[in-house]
Design a protein around this ligand. Structure first.
Ligand code: FES
Length: 151
């Protein structure tokens, strides 16, 4: 039996009109992660200058909740320092969206993990350590599925 999920107006807004979709050429950090539960994929691009996130863009092969959380996550990290961006958790993103149905909470992890993976990439490229940042667990290589999405 299928269940009708209730989404907040903010989730619907960010799903139907997602902010910051796309990619950043020569991004300071790029992270691609997969959701272990459903197999959906997200890539996050961060433009970082003087330790500040100047721009963020994302692409996802994921569900509506993943689109909405990524959209909100990009809005939340832009203008923040690298350390502040690291603290943009999936919980913070969900709160900013006025919540998600419990069965969709795992989708919000994609955005958090993609930000972390992009920050990790940035740190590696620049030979720096970001306090509290752990290596991405679900970081994945360029997969065939991802390229299919970009066609
Ligand atoms: Fe896969 Fe939502 S169902 S990210």
């Amino acid at each position: 039996m299928s269940q009708v999920l209730e989404y907040s107006e903010k989730v619907m807004d960010h799903f139907t009109n997602p902010r910051n979709v796309g990619e950043i050429e020569d991004a300071a950090g790029v992270g691609t992660v997969g959701n272990a539960k459903c197999g959906d994929i997200m890539r996050m691009y961060l433009d970082i200058e003087d330790n500040i996130v100047k721009d963020a863009k994302f692409k996802t092969f994921g569900c509506g909740a993943a689109v909405a959380t990524s959209s909100m996550a990009t809005e939340l990290v832009i203008g923040k320092t690298v350390e502040e961006a690291l603290k943009v958790t999936n919980k913070a993103v969900m709160e900013a969206l006025d919540g998600l149905p419990p069965v969709k909470v795992h989708c919000s992890l994609l955005a958090e993990e993609a930000i972390h993976a992009a920050l990790w990439d940035y740190a590696e490229k620049n030979g720096i350590t970001i306090d509290g940042l752990k290596p991405p667990v679900t970081d994945i290589d360029e997969t065939e599925e991802f390229y299919k999405m970009e066609e």
